[in-house]
Design a protein around this ligand. Structure first.
Ligand code: PRX
Length: 657
């Protein structure tokens, strides 16, 4: 692949400069990897020993009934104890009174919680939840902005053995209804409002709309965040009221290693989001180990991960991993460009961040505004830069390395998924002696992780420099244990394509040096500004509009967002295409799904390209939107004129661009 050979050239230039090397203690990497291969289970058991257990496991891994893995069978622990109590009772480093969370709101306000204060707040809120009837195994939906009360609510659930289900606060009421009903949540936790770019977002109103259709909900806990006047219904209780008389200490629930810690809904290739379930012991073991390898946390680190806790990166690498490590972290509730496109740099300078973990989308945006803005800030506190969530273009990687890291900070590109629970492919600053980095490659699988790239047709491993499906050959501790109440779908979605091998849905290739290059999704999942959305979910939102008979959604390359949403729609009789209708549909999708799903473009057509069995051929739409002159195999198309029409509609719209 020419791209890859160009890049290995680039990596050489960097090697010669002697700077783009991840150079740390000793020749540990190969040794650790070899040991992990030879003693797979033992290796992970040694990592699990770094957690706090009430009772150690009897069996490391039970894989007798694949794909249902059980890690650390018989072990008993509590996730909240691992994040908080451990720093009070095993406090050799004075973590107890160290800042856990430095929070910043978009208008610049700050709040800081020490580990002890966080521990106290969690104990009180956990008791408050118990007082309103929450018990072990109950599901609690959390629909909060990025305020400290969000991790407090999650850790409180973990403390009492309740299962949290965080819903990204940018989702609409319909998305909330689906997630509450599928999980049959007893409680919803929300806020009276939140802010985005200075505008008030009416979160409570969204919950009010949802609650009419969610019979399982007994109470809505409302946090006062925006001093917004909200309607209070019979199920509503204020956060500040329920904590008032709650006692100060809550005995942690001792749970099995396999106890579900949380459900997190994510988009797939079907219309309905999937409830990914993570256990407690395996998941925490994976996070604890990977965070150490990848970030090599130091005592005085100020770690800034810009993800939203509504997505998995926030769950794993804002809440559980850094807190288990006793790190001080920055939590920011706002957008990277508000009030000006310098916010992350301002935060790094203000709080002296040492590690910044962000997304290629944010970096592309900043890069567009030029070097003068970041150059006007003191970014010298930084020692490590990370990216996650989507492929990073080599030019953006280099900009990040040079302009932000001043050629002193390794850039780590971390690949993983909601389903994998934690990082699977990344450079490891703790365990690698010295590997040259290649801008745009996530480098190697972590030790104890068995990734492979296989042929689409027969599942055999492909030769180097050949594109194939990225798969995982062995179970790993952070893996999802199932889809909520849907074992069959779990098996079908991930493990059926190749017998008991996990199918990631991504394309990848491994170059001649064994570096892995991620090449995007191989299925109908879109990555819009790093957020995961399913084409079928969006299509069902379209057809719920009165004017739409059929819709096909795909993406086109986007300079800022990586990909942007486009839709081809067929109108019902009685409706005709117009710019007004196009605008109305764009607003409609924003409202039904949420602002992240705002379509970039809508094309009106009379027919969609389908196979003879009636399946929409999104592959063809995508290749047109990607500017391909050849659309590939069209032998199964039902009516060739539909493809011509799609092409015309697309070209018509883009002729002046
Ligand atoms: O396509 C891959 C892409 O994001 C997908 C997983 O999305 P989600 O479950 O939302 O989790 C995102 C945060 C971990 C993957 O299947 N992806 C994630 N990280 C990378 C990536 N693509 C390229 N490079 C990455 N570093």
């Amino acid at each position: 692949m020419s791209e890859s050979s160009d890049l290995s050239g680039l990596s050489k230039i960097y090697e010669e400069s002697g700077k783009v090397r991840i150079s740390l203690e000793g020749k540990k990497f190969n040794k650790i990897r070899k040991y992990a291969e030879e003693h797979f289970e033992q290796f992970w058991a040694e990592q699990a020993k770094n957690l706090v257990w009430f009772k150690e496991w009897d069996k490391i891994l039970d894989w007798r009934d694949p794909p249902f893995a059980k890690w650390f069978v018989g072990g008993k622990l509590n996730a909240c104890v691992n994040c908080l109590d451990r720093h009070l009772t095993h406090d050799n480093n004075n973590i107890k009174n160290k800042a856990a969370i430095i929070w910043e709101g978009e208008n610049g306000e700050n709040r800081t919680f020490t580990y002890y204060q966080l521990y106290r707040s969690v104990n009180i809120f956990a008791n408050a939840l118990k007082n309103i009837g929450v018990m072990k195994d109950d599901r609690v939906t959390i629909y909060l902005p990025m305020v400290p009360e969000l991790p407090i609510a999650m850790l409180s659930c973990a403390r009492i053995g309740a299962i949290h289900n965080v819903v990204f606060s940018g989702f609409s009421s319909q998305a909330l209804v689906n997630r509450i009903n599928d999980s049959k949540s007893k409680i919803v936790i929300t806020a009276d409002g939140s802010y985005r770019r200075g505008k008030l977002l009416e979160l409570k109103r969204t919950v009010d709309e949802a609650i009419a259709d969610t019979p399982s909900v007994e109470h809505v806990v409302v946090l006062k965040r925006a001093s917004n006047i909200v309607r209070t219904g019979s199920k509503d209780v204020w956060w500040h009221d329920i904590i008032e008389n709650a006692s100060q200490y809550c005995e942690p629930e001792v749970v099995d290693s396999s106890h579900p810690l949380y459900i997190l809904y994510t988009s797939g290739t079907t219309g309905k989001p999937k409830g990914v379930v993570h256990d407690t012991g395996g998941y925490l073991c994976h996070l604890n180990a990977t965070a150490k390898w990848v970030y090599n946390f130091r005592k005085d680190d100020i770690y800034f991960c810009t993800a939203d806790i509504g997505w998995v990166t926030g769950h794993s690498y804002i809440v559980y991993a850094p807190l288990m490590h006793g790190v001080t972290e920055i939590m920011y509730d706002g957008t990277p460009d508000y009030p000006k496109p310098d916010r992350y740099w301002k935060i790094v300078e203000k709080h002296g961040a040492t590690i910044l973990h962000t997304t290629p989308t944010a970096l592309r945006m900043y890069m567009k505004f030029g070097d003068a803005i970041p150059n006007s800030f003191d970014l010298s506190s930084l020692r490590l830069l990370g990216t996650v969530g989507e492929p990073i273009n080599p030019d953006v990687w280099i900009w990040y390395f040079k302009t932000i890291g001043k050629e002193n900070c390794p850039v780590i590109d971390t690949w993983w998924q909601t389903e994998t629970g934690g990082i699977m492919i990344s450079a490891c600053t703790d365990i690698e002696e010295s590997i040259p980095m290649k801008p745009g490659s996530a480098t190697f699988p972590l030790p104890g992780i068995h990734m492979d790239i296989v042929d689409e047709k027969d599942g055999s491993s492909v030769a180097s420099n050949r594109k194939g499906y990225l798969v995982i050959r062995k179970p790993w501790p952070g893996m999802l244990t199932t889809l909520w109440q849907n074992d069959e779908k779990y098996k079908d979605t991930y493990w059926k394509k190749y017998d008991n091998i996990y199918y990631t849905g991504d394309y990848a290739l491994s170059d001649s040096d064994g570096y892995i290059w991620l090449l995007g999704r191989a299925d109908d999942v879109l990555k819009i500004a790093g957020h995961r959305l399913g084409t079928m979910e969006l299509e069902s939102a379209f057809v719920s509009h009165k004017s739409i008979a059929e819709a096909a959604v795909t993406s086109m390359p986007d300079e800022k967002k990586g990909e942007s949403i486009i839709a081809f729609v067929v109108l019902r009789t009685g409706f005709s295409k117009s710019d007004n209708l196009r605008k109305e549909l764009i607003d409609y999708i924003r409202n039904v799904v949420g602002p992240i799903a705002t379509p970039n473009e809508i094309y009106f057509v009379n027919k969609l390209p389908k196979t003879r069995s009636g399946k929409i051929m999104r592959r063809l739409l995508k290749s047109i939107a990607n500017g391909a002159t050849e659309t590939g195999d069209v032998t199964t198309i039902e009516d060739g004129t539909s493809l011509e029409e799609v092409r015309q509609a697309y070209n018509e719209m883009h002729k002046n661009i």
